[in-house]
Design a protein around this ligand. Structure first.
Ligand code: ATP
Ligand code: MG
Length: 564
């Protein structure tokens, strides 16, 4: 089910094709690609694969790549999606330039439709969608010609102009290409070119009541822009003959663009379909398109995924012509290794319990002494420097770092045991208090003043190093932990409905966390490592809300170990 086909071979069948075209002088040595989203939702990780292919290919071969909005459906498209797509594309690291719009070509595409009518290659059909669909037939099942197929050119032209003029109701008539109702490829059985729809278009507003179908608009838009290599996903494989047929009917003054298909990106435990993502948002399963559990680019950004990690992941999986589903852990491993290099280390206690040092000194005025320890910001990168972390006699540690009655292999804090408080002191547990229900409320310990910085001069070893925060210096924070949004590796595999596999407990919000003071100064959107816990992204707009990006454990390495 999963595949690592084509991993970093440096080349792939698309690049080989372009190389051949350049060698043979096809397209006059030009390479022009386009990324053509429909603005009916935001970009997701699947789009990132198409974007990196389209943009990197153009870059590698000295060509250009354009962002073109395939905005031919007024019902579902919105300006906010246009703007969001541009923002997300830039964030991913690509320059969209001046975006292009299929809707800017409506007049030209309409004129070409009249040309097809005049050439006897298109006709107006009065039948409804269901009838047309039923008449299409199927494999081994003949198609049925529409009774309107033999209309005269004049009658077709007149009806088509009246369709445009708004004389007919939505759905009353369509324009169809006159190809072959017995063609073995269903796409060529007189496909619909125009439908009547009185939606309000986000750019052309109410100028049109007829809209071209995807197939009739896509290749024509490619041609108008001078696209050479039109890359799309495999489900359009059977549409290629139609793409070519339409272009062959038109008086194009240059080499026609060529469509090439590659496999969609799919990931385990998630869905990469705008329609399904929109459903999750509409149903309130997630909080919005940027909910960190979604695979949209805005959600991944908010969750702390570096754009470079997404690009590297896309380069690593490569492109091929067989559909495959990649393990989400592979993507996470790219995120983790990037963050390991760049993220500053900080201490944060997610489930705090109080630790009191009974032998901690006090100042002459009776207040506890405060010490400051210098701790490295990132052991992976000396240039990140150090910071001062305040330490005093009252601390908080992680609740599960203490056990009153530990099993043999538990080496963290327990009565009588000595552990290291990261970068500070060795401390030995002397006792604890509990509430009536047995919950530990306070842990007591003494410290070895000789072990300042975390090591004893006699070199004695302790088995555990624990993170901590000073009670009076810590800052309260909220931390969101995430599990997979879909419990199943392949959502929908069992029942056919991915929503049956939704994990309704995919977010745990911890409100009582205590984090070191430096985290109060973390920039919005910055990702840091909470020592021993994982990488966490500071929310872009909510101060002191942190989202867990990924844990520290390399699950991908484990998956591979299991596989070999
Ligand atoms: P969705 O099914 O998510 O709505 P779409 O194909 O309808 O996807 P578009 O906005 O039309 O979305 O896609 C723009 C481009 O991105 C197209 O060329 C499409 O083939 C490509 N694309 C969309 N989803 C994926 C994916 N999962 N993997 C690779 N490319 C994709
Ligand atoms: Mg699409």
């Amino acid at each position: 089910m999963t595949s690592s086909e084509n991993e970093r071979t440096g080349t792939d069948f698309v690049r080989e094709l372009v190389q051949r075209d350049l060698a043979e002088g096809t397209f006059g040595g030009r390479v022009q690609t386009r990324f053509p989203p429909e603005p009916n939702g935001y970009l997701h990780i699947g789009h990132a694969k198409a974007i990196t292919l389209d943009f990197e290919l153009a870059r590698e071969f000295g060509g250009i790549c354009k962002l073109r909005f395939d905005d031919t459906n007024p019902d579902t498209e919105e300006t906010s999606f246009v703007e969001g797509i541009i923002t997300d594309l830039k964030w991913l690291g690509y320059d969209p330039g001046e975006p292009l719009y299929a809707s800017d070509y409506f007049e030209q595409i309409y004129a070409w439709a009249e040309l097809l009518i005049t050439d006897g290659k298109a006709y107006v059909d009065d039948q409804d969608t269901e009838t047309i669909r039923a008449q299409r037939g199927g494999y081994g099942k003949p198609g049925i010609e529409s009774p309107h197929r033999t209309r005269t050119i004049d009658e077709n032209l007149d009806l088509f102009r009246r369709m445009r003029a708004g004389e007919f109701a939505d759905g009353d008539r369509v324009l169809r290409a006159k190809i072959d109702m017995q063609h073995e490829n269903m796409q060529l059985r007189d496909p619909v070119m125009y439908r009547i729809r009185r939606g309000h278009h986000h750019r052309t507003h109410d100028a049109w009541v007829i809209y071209p179908t995807y197939d009739w608009a896509h290749g024509q838009s490619d041609a108008i822009e001078g696209t050479t290599h039109s890359l799309c996903t495999l489900e359009f494989d059977s549409h290629r003959a139609l793409y070519d047929w339409y272009l062959a009917q038109l008086p194009l003054p240059f080499e026609k663009p060529r469509q090439t298909e590659f496999a969609r990106l799919e990931l385990t435990h998630t869905v990469t379909s705008k329609r399904k993502l929109a459903q999750l948002v509409a149903d309130g399963v997630v909080d919005g398109w940027d909910d960190p559990r979604l695979p949209t680019l805005r959600a991944l950004r908010r969750r702390g995924y570096p754009a470079s990690a997404i690009r590297e992941f896309c380069a690593f999986i490569g492109v091929a012509r067989t559909n495959s589903r990649h393990q989400i852990e592979l993507l996470e491993s790219f995120v983790r290794s990037e963050l390991n290099r760049t993220a500053l280390r900080r201490m944060a206690v997610l489930h705090p319990v109080k630790l009191v040092l009974t032998d901690w000194p006090t100042n002459p005025d009776g207040t506890p002494v405060v010490e400051h320890f210098t701790i490295a910001n990132n052991p992976e990168n000396d240039a990140d420097g150090t910071r001062q972390v305040a330490f005093s006699g009252e601390l908080h540690i992680e609740r599960d770092d203490f056990m009153a009655d530990p099993p043999p292999k538990f080496f963290r804090l327990s009565p009588g045991r000595e552990v290291r408080l990261r970068g500070a002191y060795l401390v030995t547990c002397t006792g604890f208090d509990t509430a009536d229900d047995g919950t530990v409320t306070t842990i007591y310990a003494t410290h070895d003043p000789e072990s300042k910085g975390g090591n004893a001069p006699d070199g004695r070893k302790v088995k555990s190093t624990m993170h901590w925060v000073s009670a009076t210096h810590a800052v309260p924070a909220t931390v969101a932990l995430y599990e997979r949004l879909f419990a199943a590796e392949v959502p929908g595999e069992r029942t056919g409905d991915p929503f049956d596999d939704l994990n309704r407990d995919s977010r745990e919000l911890l409100t009582g966390c205590l984090v070191e003071a430096a985290l109060g100064d973390t920039a919005a959107g910055e990702v840091v490592q909470f020592e021993r816990l994982g990488y966490f992204a500071h929310d872009p707009s909510e101060p002191l809300l942190f989202h867990r990006t990924v844990g520290l454990k390399d699950d991908w390495a484990n998956i591979q170990k299991r596989a070999t």
